[in-house]
Design a binder for this molecule. Structure first.
Ligand code: SAM
Ligand code: SF4
Ligand code: F3S
Length: 441
């Protein structure tokens, strides 16, 4: 009988991609996935370190697993991802229930570590070796077989924003070889993926010989079965002309760009070490809008960064209203140990929460307005799966907004024309339209 692995994932899409790839790797030594933690022979937690209490969350999770296995044989417990990278030996010391620590660049060695594991020898594998990792992974099929698939093309970061742990947990910037990426994209398309989401901590900093992100998008567009391409996360400083032009020329690049700005104040951007100004950000915004007015922007915001005064905060609010960001994320600044901003004086909690509420209200208003504007219109939706009660289909609009509509299993994996009859802040509700001659919004 095959052994079972249970994988729980926190954090960003790259962690989701990694968890998926970890599963592709351990299948080779006979593991199969289980959705039931209690059935696991191997329990793997893929962790995120981006904000507060990340490691506490890990210890809490491990505590839960301990309880589940109190009266039976303990599973092999592996902590992977960014907390594993940041805390490695400390975790093994503090929580003896953990057997293996695997950093984000070292998980490709998992089979060897599992097969050679002995109770007496706990393992900490946290080298930065992105080249070997992707070389190894490229020999193992990315078995996704879903309508939409992630594909990591770049990893790590050299930008060192003062608030961020990523350069320490993911290591230096590394771009996968161009051919390796295209081969993986073709294989995903062969397995039924209609949409490919290119991932990187700084995806638009991608550079392999003379190939840039724009070249990857054009090449993937040529793959017949791929109908949608997206990329995330971009840094405003790396929005080069060739990439901006893709919004004019591409037939398959989706009209939503996630471009984190963090703050609307130049003073704060400078304190954050973001390496660009608001004026530069707005120039990129205007150029893209001019080339293609249908493109919308989503973003990330850090609220109450040390030094943020009311005036700076108002600049953020104004920027949100000016650009009309949709589908965005906002969080109160969280001091991270080891980063430059980690030891700075934080802003009063009450003020921070008030500012966050105001930002979220402004972002929600943009979203409600955008969703309302689609009511009674027909839009293209990629159907991803059936809802839990199996009566409806869940899909996404070109702007990544969730869409729920009547339909059945045979619709999954298709791009359908859906007439929207209702919306709320997060979701559009609609009906499939058979008359394909009707105009799409
Ligand atoms: N590379 C991307 C960029 O430069 O915009 C961001 C990647 S980071 C994984 C995702 C988001 O987490 C950031 O855009 C930022 O808004 C948020 N974030 C990172 N560190 C944070 C911190 N210390 N406190 C609050 N939010 C943070
Ligand atoms: Fe973090 Fe800044 Fe790098 Fe983005 S660019 S991953 S926010 S250090
Ligand atoms: Fe978290 Fe690491 Fe991603 S810190 S956001 S899992 S890169």
């Amino acid at each position: 009988m095959n052994k079972k692995i249970f994988i729980k994932t926190f954090g960003c899409q790259m962690n989701e991609y990694d968890s998926k790839r970890i599963y592709d790797v351990v299948r080779k030594i006979g593991f199969e996935k289980t959705d039931q933690c209690k059935d696991a022979d191997c329990y793997l937690l893929n962790t995120c370190h981006i904000r507060d209490k990340a490691s506490e969350k890990v210890y809490h999770e491990i505590g839960r697993v301990k309880k589940i296995f109190r009266s039976k044989k303990k599973p092999l417990v592996i902590v992977a991802g960014c907390v594993a990278q940041a805390e490695n030996q400390e975790m093994l010391r503090r929580e003896p229930y953990i057997d293996l620590i695997l950093g984000p660049q070292a998980y490709y060695k998992i089979n060897d570590k599992i097969l050679n594991f002995t109770e007496k020898q706990k393992v900490d594998e946290t080298d930065f070796d992105a080249v070997s990792k992707f070389e190894y992974l490229s020999r193992i099929k990315n078995k996704i077989g879903k309508a939409t698939s992630f594909l990591t093309i770049q990893e790590g970061c050299d930008k060192f924003c003062h608030f961020c742990v990523v350069p320490y947990t993911r290591g230096p910037e590394y771009s996968r070889p161009f051919d390796q990426i295209i081969t993986e994209a073709k294989s995903l398309a062969d397995q039924g993926s209609k949409e490919i989401i290119l991932l990187g901590q700084n995806v638009n900093a991608y550079s392999d010989k003379h190939k840039r992100l724009s070249n990857i998008i054009y090449e993937i567009e040529k793959i017949k079965n791929v109908e949608r391409v997206r990329f995330t996360t971009s840094h405003p400083k790396d929005m080069t002309d060739d990439l901006i032009d893709v919004y004019k020329d591409s037939k398959k690049l989706m009209p939503l760009i996630h471009l984190p700005v963090q703050s609307g104040s130049n003073k704060i951007l400078n304190l954050m070490n973001r390496k660009h100004t608001i004026e530069e950000f707005l120039r990129t915004y205007e150029r893209i809008k001019k080339i293609n007015p249908f493109v919308e922007f989503s973003s990330d915001f850090i609220i109450a960064y040390p030094g943020e005064e009311e005036k700076d905060f108002m600049e953020t609010l104004n920027l949100i209203k000016e650009v009309r960001f949709i589908n965005s994320y906002s969080f109160i600044f969280s001091p991270r140990p080891g980063t430059v901003a980690g030891s700075l004086q934080t802003i009063d909690k009450k003020i921070s929460v008030k500012r966050l509420e105001k930002v979220q209200e402004a972002l929600f208003n943009n979203q409600i307005e955008k969703n309302k504007s689609l009511e009674n219109k027909i839009i293209n939706v990629l159907s991803e799966n059936q809802t839990e009660d199996k009566t409806k289909i869940f899909g996404r609009s070109e702007y990544m907004t969730p869409v729920i509509f009547d339909g059945n299993k045979k619709d999954v994996g298709k791009i359908l024309k859906i007439k929207i009859y209702k919306s709320n802040r997060n979701t559009l509700f609609g009906k499939a339209i058979n008359n394909i001659d009707q105009k799409v919004a």
